[in-house]
Ligand binder design. Structure first.
Ligand code: BG6
Length: 497
């Protein structure tokens, strides 16, 4: 797969995602020599802006958010590929003008009309934009190789199963599924892709990767930040929709899927889908038994008093939006039967850390003297997604000395020390893949719907509970006592991270 000559049109080009992630990602790809010389970027949004002003906006984004520093010479060359077109997404004339602008720009760069439309916009605009594109004749026929049209859609895809189906229907009314790239940026993270490399590029893990040897799995995605400036969106979402439905279930699907027989996009996506379809459905009345939701309250954190969620700007003073979720789930298939999977995610936790920890079963017969002060610790394989990316295996070794005492030690691989600190950002990889037409790391319609299907009873149970207060946890703590009870009930504890 090679990136192909194309124009990238960023809907919402003057917005936050464009500035923080997309333009810096494209700039880094250019620095790495990975972009074709035949490319152009058109920012498209309601804000009035000249090409020059858009270039300034892009420069500012790169200076503030790029992985690598701005280099004047590279920037000059890169910036010549950046353009802007103002337009109202609901106005047919704006699409006609966008088309005319693209047709004017493309010949200068030798681009033959292939285009990627990136919808970096609030979800309520998706339908308007895709129909606008279709009506303006901006969508190439699905069976045409060149020039191609591809559409990138950001999460959230819907806010429940029904609305997700609605979004997919609208997308498919205008595009063929193979032209669609639904982004879950977790799939673009190096460490997340390394899960497949680790599982299927080594002979030693796969024979152990099943209920015979694995005791349980814990997935933690903790964020130190509170809701920040995103209350407008987060109030309508909550942690279950924001993190579990997409990022965490995608992570789980890579950790737990069956071996694919090839690395072809649809083979991998089929396996991920299979896994999502094996998640044991929760009935509404079981939700309280398996799922804990909570909200952060004020706390002393990072040397200062942090406000509770209900006191954050833009949050209703009686909000019942959850900022934390912990849950237990099971995968009903041959490989995972009976292995509990624990998931927790939250905002305003003690630190930003994401990991998948696979705990193996105890040895079948204990040869060594252990005491309560020095129990034999189980083997744990921890896949550290971020920060401090890497992989650690805890094993028991003999403590030097005359007695036979087993002591846990860690075999530790760190990306930083092995490969340097320059792993590409998720968006770099994902944009490159769309330019190359590789959909492996994107979500197919059926997978999006399968994960909503599993989430839906939890949403329903919460909606019907009528609860006015959620359990609380102090900002800067690991979650509410209820989350501890959930895992203690099975005789385990959350990992100390
Ligand atoms: C986004 C969520 O998808 O992922 C945010 O909407 C969250 O709420 C973010 O903070 C986390 O991404 P990362 O890459 O910082 O772990």
């Amino acid at each position: 797969f090679f990136p192909q000559a194309c124009t990238i049109v960023i809907f919402g080009g003057a917005g936050d995602l464009s500035k923080r992630k997309l333009i810096p990602a494209l700039y880094n790809l250019a620095l790495d020599g990975l972009l074709p010389t035949q490319f152009a970027v058109i920012g498209f949004a309601i804000d009035a802006m000249s090409d020059e002003a858009f270039r300034e906006f892009a420069r500012d984004g790169i200076e503030r958010f790029s992985r690598r520093q701005l280099d004047e010479e590279e920037w000059r060359e890169f910036s010549e590929h950046l353009f802007y077109r103002q337009g109202d997404f609901g106005d047919a004339a704006a699409y006609a003008a966008l088309k005319a602008r693209a047709e004017e720009i493309e010949p200068h760069f030798g681009i033959g009309g292939s285009r990627i439309f990136y919808l970096a916009i609030p979800p309520s605009f998706i339908e308007t934009c895709v129909f606008g594109l279709r009506e303006a004749g901006l969508v190439a026929p699905a069976d045409q190789d060149l020039p191609f049209t591809r559409l990138i859609v950001e999460k959230p895809i819907g806010r429940d199963l029904e609305s997700a189906r609605g979004v997919n229907r609208a997308l498919q009314a205008c595009f063929a599924e193979h032209q669609l790239y639904r982004i879950d940026h977790y799939l673009g993270k190096e460490t997340v892709q390394n899960i497949l490399a680790m599982r299927f590029g080594n002979a030693i893990f796969e024979p152990l990767w099943n209920s015979k040897h694995i005791d349980h799995v814990q997935i933690t995605v903790a964020e130190a930040e509170g809701v920040g400036t995103r209350a407008g969106y987060f109030e309508t979402a909550g942690a279950l929709r924001d993190m579990v439905q997409n990022h965490i279930l995608q992570l789980l699907s890579l950790v737990a899927m069956e071996p694919p027989w090839s690395m072809r996009a649809d083979v991998i996506r089929d396996r991920r889908l299979d896994l999502l379809q094996c998640l044991r459905p929760m009935r509404r009345h079981e939700v309280d038994q398996h799922v804990v939701r909570a909200q952060y309250a004020s706390g002393f954190f990072l040397g200062k008093n942090a406000p509770g969620y209900r006191r954050e700007e833009g949050v209703a003073s009686d909000s019942t939006t959850e900022t934390f979720v912990a849950l237990r789930l099971f995968i009903d298939n041959w490989r995972w039967a009976g292995v509990p999977i624990y998931i927790r995610t939250g905002k305003a936790m003690p630190k930003r850390v994401s990991e998948v920890a696979v705990q193996f079963k105890a040895v079948p017969h204990m040869l060594f003297n252990t005491d309560t002060d020095h129990p034999l610790e189980p083997n744990v394989l921890a896949l550290r997604i971020q920060p401090d990316e890497g992989l650690a295996l805890r094993i028991g070794t003999k403590l030097p000395g005359p007695k036979v005492k087993i002591y846990p030690v860690k075999m530790d691989f760190r990306y930083g020390s092995t490969f340097g600190d320059q792993s590409p950002e998720a968006y770099e990889r994902l944009l490159l893949d769309v330019m190359a037409g590789d959909a492996t790391l994107f979500m197919r319609d059926d997978a999006v719907e399968a994960s909503w299907q599993w989430i839906q009873p939890i949403l329903d149970a919460w909606a019907s509970s009528g609860e006015r207060w959620l359990p609380e946890y102090p900002a800067g703590s690991w979650g509410p006592i209820e989350a501890d009870r959930l895992i203690h009930a099975d005789g385990y504890d959350w990992r100390r991270l």
